[in-house]
Design a protein around this ligand. Structure first.
Ligand SMILES: [Zn+2]
Length: 185
């Protein structure tokens, strides 16, 4: 069984719906909108591209449809915030040091500690045994455009190789017309 995927252009795509696109399970699978985004370089230059496509998820993987991968900019922002909080704690509860020592030792130490906590937190987020990804199992790798904003092509990467293959098989026409590219994530 297939479902039509709606995109704001003439790219006609269908998604196979009978198995979970993350773990491959065929139990209790339902379609869930997956908000795919392609961020501009370093989150700075250019516009973010957002496409919402429904893909099938089982009950164990449905939450992964909403989990976008952390970006460098996001990690930097959380680290900065945590450093600030730790810095406040130091001011109120920490020992008194000369200003010079604070700038050369305490501040770098707080930033490094914060970065370790943040990276440690993301490092602990792992997929369950059957899952192919803790985060969204579908990535928007690239988009083709016609000026100004019509999307004329998509490159999708799947963390579940088998589902990616099924998706590619179901959309052979779009692939032949160079409107779709399917790769392994
Ligand atoms: Zn699943």
């Amino acid at each position: 069984m297939f479902v039509n995927l709606q995109i704001k252009n003439d790219v006609q795509l269908v998604a196979p719906v009978d198995s979970c696109c993350n773990c491959g399970s065929t139990q209790d699978v339902r379609m869930e909108a997956t908000d795919l985004r392609r961020l501009p370089l370093f989150g700075l230059a250019g516009a973010e591209i957002k496409i919402e496509l429904p893909f099938p998820y089982c009950s164990g993987c449905v939450s992964s449809s909403q989990r976008r991968r952390p970006t460098v900019l996001g990690i930097a922002a959380v680290t900065a915030l945590l450093s600030l909080v730790l810095g406040m704690c130091w001011i109120f509860f920490g020992p008194q040091f000369a200003e010079e020592k604070i700038v050369t030792i305490v501040v770098p130490m707080l930033v490094i500690t914060s970065l370790c906590i943040v990276l440690g937190f993301y490092g602990l987020r792992r997929p369950s045994a059957k899952q192919s990804s803790f985060y969204q199992p579908v990535k928007l790798r690239n988009t083709g455009h016609q000026w100004p904003a019509d999307i004329t092509g998509l490159e999708l990467a799947f963390t579940n190789h088998d589902y990616g293959k099924k998706f590619a098989d179901a959309n052979r026409t779009a692939i032949a017309a160079k409107k779709l590219k399917v790769v392994d994530a």
